[in-house]
Ligand binder design. Structure first.
Ligand SMILES: *Cc1c(COP(=O)(O)O)cnc(C)c1O
Length: 422
């Protein structure tokens, strides 16, 4: 694309004139550019594409739904795709979640969660407004979700508008107890409305992993103090961590569950915030001032809901969890050769996701190394978008062994080019 395009891209510094690639079509794990070049989508198009691009039954469901009902206001009206999807989500989500509130993106799913938590406490007559969240967390780019997420260059311009949260240290290996102690202390010191966490792996914060027992302990501490647990499974949901939802690995249920990204298999934008009956009941009244004050114009768009229903059918009818396991095993084997490679540090995996940090002179999200690595991979027909010097793979589940080998070979080459001596 030329610099004359009026399009303003997300997380893009247009002043650097980095190339913007025009994509014409996509199928399975592959994107095809306007001029016919192929790119292997090793990051699932920003973590949304689960089965692969253009899954036939999801595509067919979208076409059928578009013919029947394009869009309808969702206050006071409903439709079959939203009703069916809500019932099916309740039955596949961790137990105890009983209600489904729709929105359009991961950020709005989390905003809704925060508002539900505050509404719950206010309507119970014991207002609590303080949120606890993990260091390095990422929950979206709206003002509320930025507040809960890590602060840095991303948020500097907006800092005066962001609300303060009780920040818990990240439970890195060997320091898990410090996180739990900080949570316990925060819950003891003041009334906390909710703890908001990404279960098992923090995505945009750098693909940082922590063990399931820590999540389990956090759940227990929240329960002891009556603090609501909000699981932000926007990225971790839909098989990424090896199970349908990451919470399953800790055998816990959150009070509020946020899902988006892979909800439609990655075909259309849709999000849902699931809550327990208690949170719904706190808003349930004959008093209109206690209703849940949130909507978006496209709440539960019928075409998006139909795509999500079709996605759930794919999970039911195809061996998706088997593919997730097979991919996780392929990833473990592929990563093996990097574990002793001193040009990398922190070689890690969570289910289908792998990440490794390249030893480079400059690090951090804003470092030039990220885009330089990205361009290096594109030149080899691979779409990766390193977070600074952190290279990660989050492939769609249809990726083959050969395709994965190609990516890891390119990562080895990137180390030859960019790594500094340990
Ligand atoms: C991507 C992401 C979000 C935000 O989702 P959007 O659809 O981009 O708004 C929120 N939480 C987590 C954990 C995410 O990875």
């Amino acid at each position: 694309m030329t610099t004359t395009s009026p399009v303003w891209h997300p997380f893009t510094q247009h002043g650097l004139d980095e190339p913007i690639i025009e994509i014409a079509r996509a199928q399975g794990a592959w994107l095809e550019t306007q001029d016919g070049a192929k790119l292997l989508d090793a990051i699932s198009s920003w973590w949304v594409t689960t089965h692969g691009h253009g899954h036939p039954s999801i595509k067919a469901a979208i076409k059928t739904a578009a013919d029947r009902l394009d869009q309808v206001i969702f206050a006071g009206l409903t439709h079959a795709p939203a009703e069916t999807l809500a019932r099916e989500l309740i039955s596949c989500a961790p137990s105890g979640l009983a209600h489904v509130f729709y929105s359009d993106s991961g950020s709005t799913a989390v905003e809704v969660a925060i508002k539900m938590a505050l509404g719950f406490w206010r309507n119970r007559g014991e207002p609590r407004t303080r949120i606890a969240a993990l260091e390095h967390g990422y929950h979206g780019d709206t003002v509320g979700t930025m507040s809960a997420g890590a602060r840095g260059a991303f948020t500097a311009s907006y800092e005066p508008l962001l609300f303060d949260v009780a920040r818990l240290p990240f439970p890195s290996a060997g320091r898990e107890q410090a996180t739990l102690d900080a949570l316990e202390a925060a819950c003891t010191a003041e009334p906390i409305a909710a703890l908001l966490v990404e279960p098992l792996i923090l995505g945009a914060g750098g693909m940082l992993t922590y063990p399931a027992h820590v999540l389990r302990e956090m759940r227990a501490i929240c329960s002891r103090h009556g603090v609501l647990l909000i699981a932000d499974e926007v990225m971790t949901g839909w098989g990424r961590t090896g199970t349908l939802f990451a919470c399953e690995q800790a055998s816990i249920s959150p009070d509020i569950l946020c899902i988006a990204k892979g909800l439609t298999g990655g075909a259309l934008p849709l999000a849902a915030t699931l809550s327990t009956a208690a949170i719904f009941e706190a808003h349930h009244s004959t008093d209109r001032s206690r209703m849940f004050f949130h909507s978006s114009s496209y709440t539960a768009n019928p075409i998006c809901c139909a795509a999500a229903v079709a996605n759930l059918a794919v999970w039911r009818d195809e061996p998706v969890i088997g593919r997730v396991r097979a991919l996780s095993e392929m990833q473990t084997r592929a990563l093996e050769r990097f574990r002793s490679d001193r040009r990398f540090t922190a070689v890690r995996q969570c289910g289908t996701i792998t990440a490794l940090d390249l030893r480079t002179r400059d690090a951090g999200y804003l470092a030039a190394i990220g885009p330089a690595l990205g361009a290096f991979f594109v030149a080899r027909g691979i779409l990766l978008r390193p977070l600074g010097n952190t290279i990660y793979l989050m492939p769609p589940y249809c990726i083959t062994q050969g395709e994965l080998d190609h990516v890891y070979d390119a990562i080895g080459e990137a180390a030859n080019r960019f790594a500094t001596a340990p």
